[in-house]
Design a protein around this ligand. Structure first.
Ligand SMILES: C[S@@+](CC[C@H](N)C(=O)[O-])C[C@H]1O[C@@H](n2cnc3c(N)ncnc32)[C@H](O)[C@@H]1O
Length: 246
């Protein structure tokens, strides 16, 4: 997969994309990530990319032109490869990001992520460029950089070859996996020691009986979901989530 990010703060990405799974995925060429400084596409002599809002009001609004210029540049760069692509605007007004959406995006060959700042971006960018508008939750961040990193991290770990063990992403909270046939929260994990200050690991996990362990995990996943996220039991449509796995 190729990912292009448009931002006025390219340095923000160094730490997150330079560590752990995303770093390894880049090294293994599972993903190519280009962080592009939006100011390079400003025609203003001071490289300004924002202006006062029409109609008045507080703050500044990011200009449409640098985004259009930059996305055209990316489209030219990727045209020869004819990649299956999505241009995604990060905005609190977008569709709420979740694991099903991460899985859907992981099937694309290219994503361009557009990060806003200040009061937001001129609406013509949403109208004229974005295939998707995505929010990472009902709260306001300073800019689209953290949401872009959240999306990159969750999508990259789903790409074939990104994780040390492919099964890690097939049996997790919110996915239909080997243990659970619907998207629940994951069952509890334990590791050594079997007895820590009197807090013991459930006997079944030490039994070596894989069928019994699977049954226990299924029950625990249901139990923890009922307790912590009962909304998942009502909300999730099995067919819809399975569709994303095809
Ligand atoms: C301060 S916010 C603008 C908020 C905007 N005035 C509003 O009320 O909806 C600046 C930028 O941060 C990004 N952003 C902030 N919160 C976000 C969220 N929850 N999800 C995705 N992007 C977000 C967007 O790119 C947005 O353009």
């Amino acid at each position: 997969m190729r990912i292009d990010v448009l931002t006025i703060f390219p340095n923000m990405f160094d730490a997150v994309l330079g560590e752990s799974i995303v770093k390894r995925a880049k090294e293994k060429r599972v993903v190519e990530i280009n962080i592009i400084d939006l100011r390079l596409f400003s025609k203003d002599k001071h490289k300004k990319v924002d202006d006062k809002p029409f109609g008045g009001g507080p703050g500044m609004v990011m200009n449409a032109e640098p985004f259009f210029e930059a996305v055209n540049y990316i489209r030219k760069k990727t045209k020869d490869r004819r990649l299956k692509t999505r241009t995604i605007l990060l905005t609190p007004k977008g569709k709420k990001f979740d694991q099903a959406l991460a899985l859907k995006l992981s099937k694309y060959e290219h994503m361009a992520l557009l990060c806003g700042h200040y009061e937001g971006i001129d609406e013509r960018v949403a109208e004229g460029l974005a295939d998707d508008e995505i929010s990472i939750g009902d709260f306001i961040l300073t800019g689209g950089e953290l949401p872009a990193m959240v999306i990159i991290d969750s999508v990259v770990r789903l790409l074939p070859g990104a994780l040390g063990d492919e099964n890690s992403s097939k049996d997790e909270s919110f996915v239909v996996g080997a243990v659970s046939d619907r998207p629940l929260l994951e069952y509890p994990h334990y590791t050594r020691p079997a007895d820590y200050n009197g807090m013991k690991v459930p006997d079944v996990l030490l039994s070596g009986d894989h069928e019994k362990i699977k049954e226990w995990r299924k029950k625990e996943a249901l139990k923890v979901t009922k307790k912590k996220r009962p909304d998942l039991l009502v909300k999730t449509s099995l067919t819809e989530t399975k569709g994303f796995r095809k």
